[in-house]
Design a protein around this ligand. Sequence first.
Ligand code: ATP
Ligand code: MG
Length: 438
Amino acid sequence: MDNNEKKNAEKCIYPRPDHIISRSNISPNAVKVLYRLNGAGFEAFLVGGGVRDLLLERKPKDFDVTTNATPEDVRALFRNCRLIGRRFRLAHVHFGSEIIEVATFRGQHEGDQGDEGQIVDGMIVRDNVYGSLEEDAWRRDFSVNSLYYNVKDFSVEDHVGGLADLKAKKLRILGDPEARYREDPVRMLRAVRFAAKLDFTIDAESEAPLFELGGLLEGVPPARLFEEVLKLFLSGHAVKTLELLRRYNLFHFLFPQTEVCLKEDVDGVNLAFINRALENTDSRVAEGKPVTPAFIFAVFLWQPVVCLRAKYLERGMSESQTMTAAADAVMSGQSRRISIPRRFHTPMRDIWHLQDRFLKRAPKRSIRLLTHPRFRAGYDFLLLRAEVGDAEVELAQWWTSFYDADESGRGEITDKLSRGRRQFKRRKSKSNTSPGTE
Ligand code: ATP
Ligand code: MG
């Protein structure tokens, strides 16, 4: 069945015995919101990733509610409610740190002649028309994200063939794929994100335009891209995500300088480094450990910084200046695509500068370095580099023993290194003094 046939298809309602969603797996706060809306005479459904993930027996990240109540109606029902959004008003109902997002059914904008200015160059600039549930279902991105759980009778409502796609592990964009990506190019990144996260295949028609349309990402505000990039790489499936982004020529539009380096990466060390770092991030996410955007950005931009430094050195810039100059240039190049908030700039620079400082290993300096606020991040970065051959294994091992040792142990380690260096210098100067020159 293609999209047009689907559009004419009857809506399907799956009663409670025909699906596996149980109220006990839904956040009690979301259930509370659904019941209160229902009680006030409105329709109220759980929708989006929450329903999709419950049907897949996964733990949802958050729960979104959709209703025929307007945002003002919602605000009147909940004291703990704030209205947000200019393009489309949404109600956020706050329960401590949990926020339940409540959106009014949205209408179709395609061919919506009555409201000029909504779509400019094929991209949505305003999107604030309320509609029916059926319209709301068709303006969502993928069929599996368009399933509605009705708290009134515990049924699941499907207008778009989403349940069949979910069973077939297929990601299908609703409507005409190219038009939907043009309307909002971020949907291309969402396709990759869900394919990686859910281990779904992207349906052939939904997939074909991805190879061609990456350039549209240049029109997306850099601040929005930053948010999307965090979801792409910090959600536990970063390795797969990078592979897909590169397969569809999308990565280049997010990290152009990195992609240039990857293309020139003849020995594969740079790709190996990025993949090791992403594997590491994925396991940290799986273990519930914190992950920082600064680290990931420092990883992606490391090779561009190294290459630019080499160019600056060739042009005669002093070595001590090259790191700062290259870091500045690479960061400002990157910020034209993805705006990295200022609070991440210093940690990124520190991680890079530490790579130089790790080389010195002078006793007092080394001890001081351990107290550097970014020592741990810089050290983890060095370990990953050493694992793939981008830094000396001996150097990484030295820092590991130095870091693990107590005070006297550290003294011994630096003494040993100084002795070794003195012997090395003596041997070198002897072998340089050839007989007959004296
Ligand atoms: P997750 O929260 O697990 O990342 P999600 O599918 O819930 O995934 P959200 O960003 O929370 O994603 O969005 C909630 C729902 O809103 C989606 O499931 C989809 O139905 C709809 N949606 C979100 N972004 C878009 C978009 N760019 N175009 C169309 N519909 C969208
Ligand atoms: Mg969600």
